[in-house]
Design a protein around this ligand. Structure first.
Ligand SMILES: [Zn+2]
Length: 476
């Protein structure tokens, strides 16, 4: 990688560090400035946005004046949307299918990824090196650790003892997390020594690799955190013996109470959570108070209802519209993500200038819809049910699915107290969650013990909630 790339990396690193030190109003102004720049760039270089935004005076009317887009549109107009005419979807898809291209950059300058297709057809995402630096630095600079420890980390890097970061991810595809952690430059390696460990291999092999590498930080899915913590408690995994394990960071999946509890027991650390999507790979991270902070220098988030009407802070949307502020190759402006969350509109005692988000209640495909006795539609956001289930220690795993317009089926793998005890607890928890969501008449509840919960057929991820219109796994 040429030297000027290192210059860009340092500039981005400084900009990101500075953003975290700004007072909130200044940070908000900087966000607006970056927003104006990315929109102007997209309108000038992307034929799609030039056409789509033609004649709209958004400067006066605000960003709400610009039409939202979604994944199917972004993919249908891929060639016109990107700002480099050499990028052609058909060629890119062919290139991505070639196993020998894993870990390589397209046209020697672009990092390509595609989503797993948990919610429909996969989305192809393109980043230039600057975009990748934004993502990578966000992982490094936006940590919960106190400033002195981060500075100590930099110093140790200069003295030849970089931070050791182990990432356990799916490696059999150009998935976003895999792409993000595989992008590396010599300058970065000086401060962060990374080991990417396949989460598809047998648990014993993961444990062996981790014992050998002895990371300071572990980044992986909540399900893997649970498995690793159990291995540590059983004495087979030995992290934190030479030097303390500083951080365990959860990504991609919903962080469960079980993962939090086991990690605390095994390593004495509070698991940090992240908020990301393939289309904007670093959107937020929890602070030491457990609140999720939005990286507002990297994205603009608008919570909207099902008709894309903006909602005030404090109200979770049916989805969010994301404007990615660092991807100039494939600009995504008011791009719909199916996440049930919103801006909290409150400051946090941690003093971070980054806005706080409402708890991420899951994805739109996980919202259950029922008919109320008066004929109106009653919605149950996944958080109502999950909040109750997270607290249940008697479950090893579970999946809650809306099976008909008036029925919920919950399958579960029971813990040591046995299935009868677990079934009763689960039923009560679901009833409480449904009442808390405001349902006047409860749907039929089927609670079924199973030996294992299937993972998502395409992505291999855990799905705790499945709405009626979602791509499905197999259940009895
Ligand atoms: Zn905070």
């Amino acid at each position: 990688m040429p030297n000027h790339a290192n210059g860009a990396m340092v500039a981005i690193h400084l900009a990101q560090t500075l953003a975290g030190q700004l007072p909130a109003p200044l940070l908000a102004r900087w966000q607006q400035r970056r927003l104006r720049r990315i929109i102007a760039y997209a309108q000038a270089r992307s034929p799609f946005y030039a056409e789509r935004h033609r004649g709209i005076d958004w400067g006066n009317r605000g960003i709400e004046a610009l039409p939202p887009i979604d994944k199917s549109e972004a993919m249908a107009h891929f060639d016109a949307l990107v700002t480099d005419p050499r990028l052609r979807l058909e060629e890119i898809q062919g290139w991505l299918e070639e196993p020998r291209n894993r870990g390589r950059r397209y046209l020697d300058r672009y990092t390509l990824m595609h989503t797993s297709g948990t919610t429909g057809a996969p989305m192809v995402v393109v980043h230039d090196d600057a975009g990748m630096h934004w993502i990578h630095n966000a992982f490094v600079t936006r940590q919960t650790a106190p400033a002195w420890r981060r500075h100590l980390g930099l110093l140790q890097g200069l003295l030849g003892r970089p931070v050791r970061l182990a990432t356990l991810v799916l490696t059999q595809g150009a998935y976003p997390a895999t792409g993000a952690v595989s992008f590396r430059t010599p300058a970065q390696e000086r401060f962060v020594q990374r080991r990417v460990i396949s989460s598809e291999q047998p648990l014993a092999d993961m444990v062996k690799e981790l014992n050998e590498f002895q990371p300071d930080q572990v980044l992986t899915y909540a399900g893997v955190i649970e498995l690793l913590a159990e291995e540590q408690l059983a004495g087979r995994l030995r992290l934190g013996f030479d030097h303390p394990l500083r951080a365990v960071v959860s990504m991609s999946e919903l962080l469960t109470e079980r993962a939090r509890r086991l990690a605390l027991e095994a390593w004495g650390v509070a698991v940090e959570d992240t908020y990301a999507a393939a289309e904007c790979l670093a959107m937020g991270r929890t602070c030491r108070h457990g609140r999720m902070h939005l990286f507002s220098d990297m994205c603009l988030l608008e919570a909207v209802d099902h008709r894309n009407r903006p909602l005030p802070p404090g109200e979770p949307g049916e989805r969010v519209l994301i404007t990615n502020l660092f991807n100039r190759v494939q600009p995504l402006i008011r791009y719909a993500l199916p996440d049930v969350t919103g801006l909290a509109g409150e400051s946090c005692p941690c003093g971070s200038p980054f806005p706080t988000l409402l708890p991420i209640q899951g994805r739109s495909g996980e919202v259950f819809h029922f008919l109320a006795p008066d004929g109106s539609e009653a919605r149950v956001a996944p958080g109502y049910l999950l909040r109750e289930c997270y607290a249940l220690e008697c479950l090893r795993d579970y999946q809650i699915r809306q099976t008909t317009a008036d029925q919920i089926t919950a399958c579960f793998v029971a813990g040591p107290e046995g299935p009868e005890h677990a079934a009763e607890k689960l039923r009560t928890a679901l009833e409480e969650g449904l009442r808390a969501a405001g349902l006047q008449r409860l749907p039929e509840l089927r609670v079924i013990p199973v030996t294992a919960i299937p993972r998502h057929p395409v992505s291999g991820k855990r799905q705790l909630m499945v709405g009626m219109n979602t791509l499905s796994g197999n259940l009895p």
